[in-house]
Design a protein around this ligand. Sequence first.
Ligand SMILES: Cc1cc2nc3c(=O)[nH]c(=O)nc-3n(C[C@H](O)[C@H](O)[C@H](O)COP(=O)(O)OP(=O)(O)OC[C@H]3O[C@@H](n4cnc5c(N)ncnc54)[C@H](O)[C@@H]3O)c2cc1C
Length: 388
Amino acid sequence: MTFELTAEHEAFRKVVRDFAEAEIAPHAHRWDREHHFPVDVVRQMGDLGLFGIVAPEEYGGAGGDFTSLCVAIEELGRVDQSMGITLSAGVGLGINPILSFGSAEQKERFLPDLVAGRALAGFGLTEPEAGSDAGATRTRARLEGGEWVIDGSKAFITNSGTEITTVVTVTARTGQTADGRPEISAVLVPSGTPGFTVEPAYDKLGWHASDTHGLTFDGARVPEDHMLGRRGDGFKQFLAILDDGRIAISALAVGLAQACLEQSRAYALERQAFGKPIGANQGLAFQVADLQVMVEAARLLTYKAAWLKDEGRPHEQVKRAAAVAKVYSTEAATSAARIATQVFGGYGFMEEYPVARFYRDAKILEIGEGTSEIQRLVIARSLGLPVE
Ligand SMILES: Cc1cc2nc3c(=O)[nH]c(=O)nc-3n(C[C@H](O)[C@H](O)[C@H](O)COP(=O)(O)OP(=O)(O)OC[C@H]3O[C@@H](n4cnc5c(N)ncnc54)[C@H](O)[C@@H]3O)c2cc1C
């Protein structure tokens, strides 16, 4: 039994950390303040191979494991959560659906640029009135003259409106199943399709440098062959995509908690009060000790889930491990951000200190890709409880 990543994973971690500290950390505060999405840095992340970690070589990827992707997300998230989620969503919600369910033609058309980081794709599942209950989607797609005609709207879609976004995968009702339930399918809608409008960016609490938009479809037409996978498979597809995404968000949370730990430790040694470092007080030192506990536990749960996935363990096992990792790591991250701002005192409330940004960025981790309540629902069901 081993609890350590391989030497290759650790060497890769160092490469991503060096990149993140040189190219992202010095600018993260400004991008956050200016709500700036740094396309040039996304392209650099592409040049480093980050978007292609798990993609097969035939599309320009490295054919690596999911654990490596988590390492990269953790390391970007340690300096800037916005760039961490850009990678996480770019791969998990952008590339993954096309890679997992796309036709040969769809893969040929979209994957090379997405894998190289020259382009981004979004995944439009959530709607203004259907989030946790994503099966209640109201967006409709009907076949007319060999084209899907799409009407409806989506909310909070990451990477959907950048200047390099080429396509959004959209879930829509395409009919009814034999037992009277909505038939849900996924359709690829290229950017610039007439009738497809990317609404202005949201004014968010955090993730200011990440791209998030509402989307409107008003008779948007795409050819029939833009359906992703089989008609009616949309529900199954997005559940599978979210399982992986939850492990990735867990890794992003580990990065945030790790940053809070490192910065709190350094400040506890340096800041003087009552003639001694604040870390000499048990009341404060114990809070920093708690951060170490949270980081270790969150990291173990995250990489265990990633390992189960890489090992090809049964889906139900991976699904529960992903939910367990996400709920623990994201709640640990919000606690870690609260503790870190407390350790920094008044300076923790000042935007020039990264802990203030992490405090704002932490909350969404408990919401995106399935809220904490939805994770607990998944876990409770896996325990055989008859919870609705
Ligand atoms: C910045 C950002 C980026 C996002 N990116 C994407 C994206 O790229 N693609 C995408 O499709 N979506 C995206 N989302 C949407 C996100 O996944 C949803 O916001 C999330 O799933 C919750 O849905 P909701 O907002 O509709 O909340 P609701 O589903 O309305 O939930 C409201 C509250 O009710 C609780 N609740 C709901 N049902 C239950 C239940 N059965 N039991 C107990 N409690 C329950 C929830 O946990 C929550 O606390 C993003 C959101 C944000 C804020």
